[in-house]
Design a protein around this ligand. Structure first.
Ligand code: AMP
Ligand code: MG
Length: 499
């Protein structure tokens, strides 16, 4: 789904943004009110996302005003903002942590647009909150750029995600494993409620509050369920479906989240809380993108199962509101839905227009070949579209990605047979495949180059990647090198949680 800018929409200024804070009207136990803590050094704009601005009717030109960096650098508030840090808890690496909450992010308010949509504006890196635990409440430029660019990449790929409005920098130092530059990011989502927002109320036995939260989320985001029977179980079943679809997208595009704790799981089924995530370069089903994930709990091929595990935590938290059997039935819809969605996306990736017996094996065997050859996931799928069904056609371009060429040839015979069985037409299939197999993804090394330049105040590469990733399926002249696998230094870069 691409963002469409509607002509003639209201163009608001920073002063006329419209806020309506429904979350601040929920019980005080749900949050702590506080203002952002500004940087000590002056804030400056690093990048602004015009598409995200349009979502809240904000004139993109507003980002050029110094007041923009002041506002989104935590130095000022706009009329109607009621800043607060949201409370939540969650299961981190399988262990329940009774209190988490926004430790370094502040919900500034909900901007409403002309279409009546609400967008939470969340300022990440805005200083300490009552939920900061041992943290300093700050975010570093490195992680902020990674989140900003990956939101753009996911949006471009059509994968549900939180949005990022802008990055504001400052010369303030932030202490991590080394001294780094600080930055703030404005994250936008229709809601920042997480699985963990429900868990904290359940484990505190605040069942009235739990119901209030569920009613609030249903009212705002699942309005068609307001008056149905067993509405909480129905709501849960919809969250199951959204989560299954989301994770099917991740698996198909070869993306790992890295920290799928229940506090990082959006109740709306959005990709959220970008940390040590990674797009795979060479295909490895057991890919672990998070350097601190020693046991591979959140390895690439574990994600579908972890999605289910996390949903079972949410089901547990909803027990005071819904029948156990109904929640269990909701949970049982996950696996078949995930399988169906994943297989559908994978069939599309290999250009199959219909579904036939043996397709799942054909796809699985292809992935096995990729794994054996450490072949580049994105590139091979993109180039597979050039394979012709014509007898004796040569397919050297794809073939050269494989170490064992004979095994690839055997697979290609099966694949061509399968394509012929549905009378696949080369050109038409190629077009179709190029619309689902991205040419450009946010490879870790590309983000790394942009970060290193940004650390020297050169933001041109952030801008270049941002633009590139808007249209990842299009061949973009002059950008060929961005589609290539990483150079040696850029393979298997270590990314950890310390951001
Ligand atoms: P994450 O793994 O980034 O989802 O973070 C887990 C929890 O730690 C969340 O409650 C964050 O708000 C909190 N947190 C992460 N980094 C910091 C930080 N630098 N200062 C305060 N809290 C943090
Ligand atoms: Mg988090």
């Amino acid at each position: 789904m691409r963002l469409v800018i509607q002509k003639g929409m209201i163009q608001r200024t920073l002063e006329t943004l419209s806020f309506d804070n429904t979350y601040a009207r929920l019980p005080q136990a749900f949050y702590a009110r506080l203002n952002p803590t500004p940087f000590s050094a002056p804030p400056y704009l690093i990048h602004a996302n015009q598409f995200a601005a349009e979502l809240i009717d904000l004139d993109p030109e507003q980002s050029t005003r110094p007041e923009f960096a002041e506002l989104f650098g935590g130095n000022a508030l706009a009329p109607g903002m009621e800043p607060l840090a949201m409370l939540y808890s969650g299961h981190q690496f399988g262990v329940y942590v009774p209190q988490l909450g926004d430790g370094r992010a502040i919900l500034l308010g909900e901007a409403t647009n002309e279409r009546g949509e609400r967008w939470d504006l969340h300022l990440k890196g805005a200083g300490m909150t009552p939920f900061s635990r041992d943290g300093d409440g700050r975010a570093v430029l490195r992680s902020t750029i990674r989140e900003y660019l990956c939101c753009a990449a996911m949006q471009g790929l059509g994968i549900p995600t939180t949005q990022a409005l802008c990055i504001v920098g400052s010369d303030d130092k932030v202490y991590r494993e080394q001294i780094e530059t600080g930055a703030m990011l404005v994250r936008m989502a229709p809601s920042h409620v997480r699985f963990g927002s429900f868990e904290v109320l359940y484990y505190r036995k605040q069942y009235d509050h739990l119901k209030t939260l569920a009613d609030y989320v249903i009212d705002q985001h699942f309005p068609h369920l307001r008056d149905v029977d067993e509405k909480y179980a129905q709501f849960f079943t919809e969250v199951v479906a959204r989560t299954a679809r989301l994770i099917a997208h991740w698996q198909a595009v070869g993306w790992a989240h890295g920290v799928m704790n229940t506090d990082n799981m959006s109740i709306l089924g959005l990709t959220m809380d970008y940390g040590p995530y990674g797009f795979m370069d060479d295909y490895d089903a057991g890919f672990i993108c998070n350097h601190s994930d020693y046991n591979g709990r959140y390895a690439f091929n574990q994600q579908p199962y972890i999605g289910l595990w996390n949903l079972s935590c949410l089901a547990q938290a909803l027990l005071p509101l819904a029948e156990k059997t109904a929640l269990k039935a909701g949970l049982e819809t996950y696996q078949p839905l995930f399988d169906r969605e994943y297989q559908k996306q994978m069939r599309e990736k290999v250009g199959l227009a219909d579904e036939q017996t043996g397709d799942a094996e054909l796809i699985q065997d292809f992935l096995g070949l990729l794994q054996g050859s450490h072949a580049d996931y994105t590139m091979v799928f993109r180039e597979l579209s050039t394979l012709s069904t014509k007898k004796d056609a040569v397919h050297e371009k794809v073939r050269e990605h494989f170490l064992n060429r004979e095994r690839f040839d055997e697979w290609a015979v099966r694949y061509r047979d399968r394509l012929r069985r549905e009378h696949s037409h080369d050109e038409e299939r190629c077009d179709r495949m190029n619309r689902v197999n991205p040419k450009y993804v946010l490879r870790n090394y590309l983000a790394q180059i942009a970060i290193e330049k940004a650390q020297h105040k050169d933001f041109s590469e952030v801008d270049r990647l941002f633009t590139l990733l808007q249209t990842p399926f299009a061949d973009q002249p002059g950008m060929e090198s961005y589609a290539l696998p990483p150079p040696n230094w850029g393979k298997h870069l270590a990314v950890s949680c310390s951001s």
